[in-house]
Ligand binder design. Structure first.
Ligand SMILES: [Zn+2]
Length: 375
């Protein structure tokens, strides 16, 4: 809130050609004085240290933005507003804010007091920062910043893996595994669509519409939770079982419009890759992100011959050069691994002739449950 107010004040000054307000002035105006206005009265209930922190965060965001064109660091966008109407809000407590975890495993926050926490995993060392988030469904989460060292590295293993974004699956692995989105996620998505339909039928401005809106927000939150849970389980499993993992870097411009836009799990993929990335760093594994070097479905993963595009409905084809029978998704996953320089056994992409394909629910992997990351 303070972050957004400060951003608004600075953007107004900028558009009116006024001098850029200094953090000190903003602190006085937005924190000290605003506490007296009814809409911002709740600021008085929050520790001043964390309000100052959000002003510092905004300063950093602006500094990164202005430093970009000078070539000091990669370009970043201008600071953006954090909260839209009714969406999530967050506050960050750094070590300066004198917060702590009590012996009774409660969270002690300045000016708020002791808060009961439902821990999703144990904290491996003393955290330096805690962020409290209130999501759009009105629930509170605490996430901790924890320094970890090489003591978390896992013993080396030999498998290496390529992952491709499957069409009918969440992901397809170069070892031939097709990973379906889990049933609990599909169920949550179905419920969310139902709640959305119900909302659209309610009369504008009515009490029932407000109630329906809350139900949609809750359903949304449940889908987001289910998806995050699934991403955590799968990313942990893949990073544990493989020494190196390769994925396509979908940040490459243009792809979002074609294949991904149609996909249900578009937003989820980048969150999943981000998890692979930090878990690889934590556990001493390698994650390789390859650019869109060439369309992975156009190249035979057996002999490397490029034999042109194939329409989407073509799931299996025979390579004209080497005669290998190839599964579209697995072939792509093997090509991703090869492009990253990983040693994968290419023969897995081959489909044995006459094999009866397993039904989708059986072909998918359901990873074994593991404790999810703290939130
Ligand atoms: Zn071939």
């Amino acid at each position: 809130m303070v972050y957004d107010d400060a951003l608004r004040a600075r953007e107004t000054a900028r558009s009116e050609g006024m001098p850029f307000p200094k953090a000190g002035d903003l602190s006085k105006r937005l924190i000290t004085e605003a506490k007296d206005t009814p809409a911002r009265a709740w600021l008085g209930e929050v520790s001043a240290v964390i309000l100052q922190q959000s002003l510092r965060d905004l300063d950093t965001a602006y500094k990164n933005f202005f430093d970009g064109p000078k070539g000091k660091r990669p370009r970043v966008g201008a600071p953006r507003y954090k909260s839209r109407k009714g969406t999530r809000q967050s506050v960050r407590f750094t070590a300066n804010a004198r917060w702590s975890i009590t012996p009774g495993r409660r969270l002690r926050l300045p000016k708020i007091g002791d808060v009961r926490v439902k821990w999703s995993r144990t904290v491996p060392s003393v955290p330096s920062t805690v962020t409290m988030v209130k999501d759009s469904a009105g629930r509170y989460f605490a996430s901790f910043v924890v320094e970890t060292g090489p003591e978390e590295f896992l013993p080396e293993v030999s498998p290496e893996l390529g992952i491709d974004l499957g069409l009918g699956h969440f992901a397809v692995l170069s070892d031939g595994t097709k990973v379906a989105g889990p049933r609990f996620l599909r169920r949550a998505e179905k419920r969310m669509k139902k709640a959305q339909r119900a909302l659209s039928r309610k009369e504008k401005g009515s009490r029932n519409r407000d109630k329906a809106r809350v139900r949609v927000a809750r359903a949304h939150a449940r889908v987001a939770d289910a998806r995050r849970e699934f991403h955590h389980r799968l990313s942990t499993k893949l990073i544990r079982e493989n020494q190196a993992v390769a994925v396509e870097d979908l940040a490459v411009r243009g792809l979002a419009r074609t294949r991904l836009a149609k996909s249900v799990h578009d937003a989820g993929w980048s969150a999943f890759v981000a998890m692979l990335e930090y878990k690889a760093a934590r556990y001493g594994r390698t994650l390789v992100k390859i650019g869109r070097f060439e369309p992975t479905s156009q190249v035979c993963s057996q002999c490397g011959v490029q034999d042109g595009p194939k329409p989407l409905h073509v799931r299996v084809w025979t390579c004209g050069a080497c005669g290998a029978v190839l599964d579209r998704d697995i072939n792509a996953a093997v090509n991703v691994a090869k492009a990253a320089g990983l040693a994968v056994t290419a023969c897995r992409a081959r489909v044995r002739p006459g094999r009866v394909p397993a039904p989708r629910s059986e072909a998918g992997t359901h990873p074994t449950p593991q404790p999810s990351t703290a939130r």
